[in-house]
Design a protein around this ligand. Structure first.
Ligand code: NDP
Length: 321
């Protein structure tokens, strides 16, 4: 078995030498336990801030994977079934069922299992909860989402379209812009080549935004009165070495009576199963599509992670073993 560990804490943007590939000998599974083999592993932005605050040097990198049960002493997880496991960047793992989530039963043959790490997994749930529970989005409203071509952002925009909203997205390459237009976004722009971010935002929605799904950093002045901001992530700051002082936002918050709320997907854990079914239904009906950026090989986990942080991925970034 192999595992990727954090050799040393990242200083700024992660480098290949910050990771270490370790050989491990796993114990024989006992009664109630299973032996897992990784099939797809997820690389996600949260791993960057999490490694800094929650991990010691030498720890195995945190993360989720779709794994196949290859040995089982637990009747709930027979050999051959697929599960989502949070065992980190490991090729194999021995555990009991308490730590495992089976992939949705009746998973359609033509839907890749890797989507259990994307649109039919944590990023899809994050998109759904951010829109419904935090933004309380309503038909006819205008939504802005950034990192729009990513795992969360692309689902946010599509669900908002399903709900009858006008959707504006921004992303970092022209290929991503074209992809988002294909997905049905109403207006999309490349924030890296736009001459003025403010002007692009105003042009895309002259009357302003009712809801803002925030994945990178604040864009406050374009909000409409009583607007709602779901603060999902702040990826533009994850590799900073000095803390940012932040933009001055109070004036807009007060005079437009905005509501801004940070959230974690896990808050609505009790709804996960029914929410995954809703996402899957949209997908089988063809209303929800999800591109995947697939890196081949367990040995390429660090490269896939660093690639995602610098924006290589259109859609969900995953590694196929
Ligand atoms: P993505 O698939 O969107 O991948 C990351 C993308 O972020 C890159 O492709 C890149 O796209 C963009 N990006 C990278 N650096 C910057 C930067 N400096 N400024 C602006 N954009 C940048 O990742 P996810 O969809 O998985 O996650 C998106 C956000 O949601 C993250 O902030 C993440 O932490 C957060 N999140 C929060 C959760 C929660 O429970 N609150 C759960 C899951 C995710 P581009 O080329 O467009 O710049």
């Amino acid at each position: 078995s192999k595992a990727w560990t954090l050799r040393q804490h990242f200083q700024g943007f992660p480098k290949a030498s910050d990771f270490h590939l370790r050989e491990e000998t796993l114990p024989q599974p006992k009664n109630g336990q299973v032996l897992l083999e990784a099939v797809f592993l997820s690389v996600d932005p949260y791993m960057r801030p999490y490694s800094q605050t929650m991990m010691k040097e030498g720890d195995v990198m945190i993360g989720s994977q779709v794994a196949k049960v290859i040995q089982s002493y637990n009747p709930s997880f027979p050999v051959g079934c697929h599960v989502v496991s949070d065992c980190g960047w490991r090729s194999h793992w021995v555990c009991d069922g308490a730590e495992l989530t089976p992939v949705l039963p009746d998973w359609p043959q033509d839907i890749p299992l890797s989507l259990a790490l994307g649109a039919i997994g944590m990023p899809g749930l994050t998109a759904l909860y951010g829109l419904e529970e935090v933004c309380e989005i309503k038909k006819g409203e205008t939504l802005l989402v950034n990192a729009a071509a990513g795992a969360v952002g692309s689902v946010v925009g599509q669900i908002a379209k399903i709900k009858g909203c006008r959707v504006v997205g921004c992303a970092g390459t022209d290929t991503k812009v074209s992809y988002l237009k294909e997905l049905g976004f109403d207006q999309v722009f490349n924030y890296k080549t736009a001459t003025s971010l403010e002007e692009s935002l105003r042009e895309a929605a002259p009357h302003g935004y009712d809801c803002y799904f925030e994945n990178t950093c604040m864009l406050m002045p374009q909000m409409r009165e009583y607007g709602r901001i779901a603060v999902c992530g702040s990826i533009s700051m994850y590799n900073d070495t000095t803390p940012q002082t932040g933009p001055y936002v109070h004036t807009h918050m007060i005079f437009k009576q905005l509501r801004m709320e940070g959230f974690l997907c896990a808050r609505w854990k009790h709804k996960h199963q029914q929410s995954l079914r809703r996402l899957m239904a949209w997908m089988t009906e063809g209303k929800l599509r999800c591109n995947e950026h697939i890196t081949i090989g367990f040995n390429n986990m660090p490269a896939a992670f660093m690639g995602m942080l610098q924006g290589d991925n259109t859609g969900k970034a995953v590694v196929k073993v």
